[in-house]
Design a protein around this ligand. Structure first.
Ligand SMILES: Cc1cc2nc3c(=O)[nH]c(=O)nc-3n(C[C@H](O)[C@H](O)[C@H](O)COP(=O)(O)O)c2cc1C
Ligand code: SF4
Ligand code: SF4
Length: 261
């Protein structure tokens, strides 16, 4: 049975979106997109059923599915839907995130037909996985998408189970010290940062002001600013970036998990 394809993603700096779209393009099917990046989009209840094929992508935050998505993902209805969990990580590791996303979707009654971990430029520093997903990654994503269609064409009554790496209990979520990017004189007050902030942390009346308690350090405002006016000053993001650059520069490759491909 051919299914209706929908992609669902959260993607503050755009790499997860690129990967999930490339997978969908590889299927050759038309598809709907549900972008959960902005606060207003996360209040909707996502409902899928036996006529649906859903590719869901999230970035890896501290080895886990971003906690900001907990409520939205918890409220998904997916009984009988075929789903494909995808995580995108910044070339350190995806730890327990793919297992966590797979477990959540299976608990919602979805049948998982495949899963994948891709690499995206690290939110904190373009010196780690800079420019990824690159053309090689996107080709791999498209081939993966094409493979999903082969699977659908010989769809078994109940899809075979498969494992993904990860541990239980999942990696502990450690609270991090509140922080938010600073804004330099180069700001031209275009408002792009505020309009794209996934948590509404940036003040629409003063784009240089943001609420550190709302900031998830996603770096969307830094990467989207046309004037390079935003940056983290000293603090955990800056020091961790240095660690990443020293320890996580060796290229990692996408990992694809499926019982069939
Ligand atoms: C708060 C935070 C935590 C992150 N934790 C990890 C991690 O544990 N492992 C990793 O390899 N990359 C990590 N990253 C990097 C992102 O997973 C990676 O850059 C991803 O491509 C960003 O997705 P996006 O472009 O869709 O926002 C983290 C990024 C942020 C902002
Ligand atoms: S995106 Fe950059 S230039 Fe535009 S308002 Fe924000 S900080 Fe200023
Ligand atoms: S203020 Fe914080 S949460 Fe908002 S876009 Fe910037 S880094 Fe992300």
């Amino acid at each position: 049975m051919m299914r209706k394809l929908t992609i669902v993603f959260f993607s503050p700096t755009g790499t997860t979106r690129k990967v999930v779209k490339a997978i969908a393009d590889g299927t050759g099917l038309e598809y709907d997109s549900i972008d959960l990046t902005l606060p207003s989009s996360r209040s909707q209840v996502l409902e899928f059923g036996s006529g649906d094929l859903v590719i869901m992508g999230v970035p890896v935050y501290a080895g886990r599915v971003p906690s900001l998505l907990s409520e939205t993902i918890d409220s998904i209805k997916a009984e009988g839907a075929l789903m494909v969990p995808v995580v995108v990580y910044g070339n350190r590791h995806y730890d327990d995130s793919l297992l966590e996303l797979k477990d959540i979707l299976e608990a919602k009654g979805a049948f998982l037909i495949a899963a994948a971990a891709f690499i995206g430029e690290h939110s904190y520093t373009a010196k780690v996985a800079g420019g990824r997903p690159d053309s090689e990654d996107l080709e791999s994503a498209k081939r993966f998408g094409n493979g999903l269609i082969s699977m659908l064409n010989k769809e078994p009554d109940s899809p075979a189970k498969f494992d993904v790496p990860g541990n239980l209990p999942y990696k502990e979520r450690k609270p991090s010290k509140p922080d938010t990017p600073i804004t330099g004189d180069a700001c031209i007050e275009c408002g792009i940062c505020a309009r794209n902030c996934p948590t509404g942390a940036i003040d629409f009346n003063d784009f240089s002001s943001a609420d550190p308690s709302l900031c998830i350090k996603c770096c969307s405002c830094i990467k989207k600013c046309p004037s390079d006016a935003k940056s983290f000053s000293d603090g955990s993001v800056v020091s961790f970036s240095g660690w990443l650059e020293a320890n996580c520069s060796e290229r990692k490759q996408p990992e694809l998990f499926t019982p069939v491909i």
